[in-house]
Design a protein around this ligand. Sequence first.
Ligand SMILES: [Zn+2]
Length: 336
Amino acid sequence: MDACYQAFDKDGDGHLNIEEFRLLTRALFRNDRGKIYQLDEQKLRDTFDVFDLNSDGQIDRDEFTFCWNHWIKIIVRPISAFLIVDVQNDFISGTLNISNCSAQQNGLDVIEPINKLLETVKFDAVFYSLDWHPSDHVSFIENIGEREIDPNSPVTAENAQTYDTVIFSGSPPQKQRLWPRHCVQDTWGSELHKDLKVVESAIKVYKGTNPDVDSYSVFWDNKKMTDTTLCAQLRMRNATDIYICGLAYDVCVGATAVDALAIGYRTILLDDCSRGVDLADIEKTKNTVTTNSGVIVNSSQVKAMVEGRDRRPELGYKLAMELKDTLREKLQQHSG
Ligand SMILES: [Zn+2]
């Protein structure tokens, strides 16, 4: 740490000013071939301000210690979790085969690049999620007659077609997209595809187990009533970075990425390891992830990122903003 601090304190005055901090970020945010990633000027200043705890326009020694321990160390040596979402038979060749959806993508395409990552990259933890429904699940169009439809529902039970969104009665009324019966617990359709490599020590996370609530995100059900074990498992491992991919891009993969970002993780979506339902919704998913400081990459870029040799400014900025929130909470607790 001392060597780093002295190296960037070019004028030797015992502080890092914004220009010295800029040089530090240019050394930090590079790819594995030494190419420098530009950190947007405003984001650079916002980041500087996070570590300039007393707002005197300088990062002094103590402030740098905080910056080193909570930011630089994580950027250089992230703790990575690989989350493979719902690569199950029903989505690939079963009842909810996504190739029959409007984007006409093939779920099988994700298996080869995912297997290659599992064979070549040392993630700190690997998770597989499984959509895991009881047979009376609310999302199945076959079960439409089992629950009361809200009078304000745009679609009635009689007219409902697969992929329509209805509103079920309740307090509050509950929007639900209707899917063909899929991923029923302990059936062939809910099994992971046989060609998907399942690594030892991986953790399986089951979602959508409550008959009355659907669950797109691997973190939470759609009403945020109950969480899965994923949060606790990630915390236990001190994970900093989550690589997310699988099926379907614009549904469960997207919802999981949005939750990962909201919880505060540095979030990376793997484009070539994901396939989806609707092209416009896939674009929306990508936009949401990038505007919230997540990144979208191809699997070929993952190894260098996991090893801390390819360091993205978006993820550094995301972490800085999370630290800012944590610090603000701490300060409020102090004054309160
Ligand atoms: Zn489902």
